[in-house]
Structures are given as C-alpha cells and as structure tokens.
Ligand binder design. Sequence first.
Ligand code: NAP
Ligand code: ZN
Length: 352
Amino acid sequence: MYKAKAYSAASATSPLASTSIERRELTERDVQIEILFCGICHSDLHSVRNEWSEFMPTQYPIVPGHEIVGRVTKTGSGVTKFKPGDLGAVGCLVDSDRTCAQCKAGLENFCPNMTLTFNSPDKHLGGVTYGGYSESIVVDEHFVLRVPSGLELSGTAPLLCAGITTYSPMRHWGVGKGKKVGVVGLGGLGHMAVKFAHALEAHVVVFTTSASKKEDALRLGANEVVISRNADEMKNHAGSFDFILDAVSAEHDINAYINLLAIGGNLTLVGAPAKPLQLAAMGLLFGRRNLSGSLIGGLPETQEMLDFCGAHHITADVEVIPIQKVNEAYERLLKSDVKYRFSIDMASLKSE
Ligand code: NAP
Ligand code: ZN
C-alpha cells in the first residue's frame, strides 16, 4: 500500500477537503496511473450529498471522480496493454466478475457484481473504492482505456462518463441520418449528446431551461433550440421525435417530452434525479411510445466511443479548475452554470 493525496467529503453536509488515502500495491494485471485531469460529473455531487441514499447509500469518507485521464507510471508483470509513459483513462467501472453473461458480452456496466470507481466495496483493501479526485489510482488493465492521440486531455476526461453515457444509448437506438433527435438539458451529458447526435448526422433539437445557452447549443451542433419553459415552442414539435435523450439532473416533467415522440418513438433517461418522476400513462399509450433508461457503457463500447472521438476530433467543452475550487463548482452545477463540464487539473493537488 502507498499513500496518495486526494479530496474527500466526510459527510453529506461537509465540503470536500484535502486528505490522504491508501492505494494498493500493483498486482500482476494492475496499472498505476498518475491522474492528470478528472471531470466533475453531477453523479459525484448526488453521491457526495447522499441523494441516492435509498438505492446506493454513500459510505463516508467519499472520494468521488470517474472521468479520469492520466499517465501510466507503473505496470504489473502481466500487463500487456500499457507501459509506463502511456496515456490511460478510467471511467465509472474498475472491476466486474468477468464471468456473467453481461461481462462475456462486453456489457460490464450491467454486471451484477461490478465495482464502481468510487463508493463500491473494495475487494483489495476493504472499505470502499476511492475515485479520481486524487493524484493516482491503481486499476486492473481490463478497465483502463486507451486514449487516441491528438485529443486535448482536459476535454478527454469527461468522455469517460458523460461521453459514453450519451454515446451508448444513441448507438443502441439507431440515432443517425434521417432521425429527429431531442436532447433535454444542456449540461455535461447533454452537450456531449449534441456533439454525438450531430456527428451521427441526425437532426438535433436541444431543450433547455437556460435561454442564455441558445447560441452555444447551435455552435455545439444543434439544428434547433427550444426553451422548454415556453409551451408554444414545445407544442410545435408534438409527435415528431424518433428519439429523445433526457439528461436532466433534477425533478422535471418527462410527460411533456413523451408527448413530443412520434409513433413508436423512444425517450431514454440518463439523468438520475434523486426523487421518482411522475409518469402519465396516456402519453405512452397513445402512440405506442417507449420509455427507457441507460447506464454508462461496457468497456468495448467505451473504447469504441473514444476512438470515434479521436476520428471526429470530439472532446468536451471544459472549464479547467484547480481542485481547491471543487466546492464552488458543485454550487454552480446546482445552478446549471457550467459550460459544459468542469475538469479538475490534478497538478493543483501537489500544493496540498
Ligand atoms: P449537469 O452538468 O449538472 O447538467 C444537468 C442539466 O440539466 C443542467 O445543465 C440543466 O440544463 C438541466 N437542469 C438542471 N436542473 C433542472 C431542472 N430543475 N429542470 C429542468 N432542467 C434542469 O449534470 P450532468 O453531469 O450532465 O448529469 C446529468 C444527470 O445524469 C445527473 O442526474 C447525473 O447523475 C446523471 N448521470 C447518469 C449517468 C448514467 O449512466 N445514466 C451517467 C452520468 C450522469 P439546461 O440549463 O439546459 O436546462
Ligand atoms: Zn458520471
């Protein structure tokens, strides 16, 4: 074991603060990574504040962070994919059972025994896993992704969660040329969804509560922007969408979006608000519409997404911050004031 600097929260009401954590010595298949950038996902905030307490209670202290890009510093004797000096990336998963049907199909994200990057039982050290708000991490090479060359690193980190979470359902539900696609909520996930839907040549409509984001939405690749608080603007799109991706972090009316689906259209939730959402049955019945969900993505598809980003020069639009500004960043997330992902420059941890 060795010590690593990190930021953790001691309770649901404590701010994140500097700490020291233990990381394991490398096993045969492990890769040690010096973390260069870690994105701030709204899931970090939900978890730190124990907002998913019924489904996934938080164990404290918590070190969040699952959008990790860094430099490989050491490898175990059996590692074949990486050598010291390579770039490596880690997302929301650091382990799974590798034997279940989902793992065999490359869908580790649906393995009943997956280990999340933070707040999951740690098989090696006991306690729970600690995430990417830290100077280094040790991960089995199977869960470390290759970073395509030429991508700017601060904007690459968010691909590991915001990227794959939006890419995967779009591929699954056939987003492409000739499809009308809606994206609800222009935050970290939403802005990646716009970039992917545009790159996949769909007709993209952004739904936002923030009128100030309209120009950005068009720049990111939207064909149209709807201010969702405007009922008339919403009505213009009734019954017309093949697919809508809902990436909203808070309570909101999903029925308004179900009513915008075409016959047989699909609304996929990726946003995970703390409280249950109300569903009006009629919206689904009239039009044989579908409501579904999606959770990040498996390892092969995450690599595919990164390679797609390499080929299409796609990264997240980020505001790079030092770790010392993380609590301020959380407050801004709650006000929908992020353009469009915070990415922590981990070099800032050295001064702690
Ligand atoms: P984010 O950057 O904070 O963006 C959320 C966006 O939702 C905001 O920018 C805002 O967009 C909109 N919004 C916020 N409050 C709203 C309200 N009261 N009513 C309507 N719209 C509102 O969050 P994120 O990191 O993209 O994450 C979004 C959600 O996805 C979170 O719940 C997160 O936990 C979840 N998530 C799920 C997965 C998964 O695997 N399924 C993975 C990662 C994250 P506008 O300003 O445009 O309205
Ligand atoms: Zn996330």
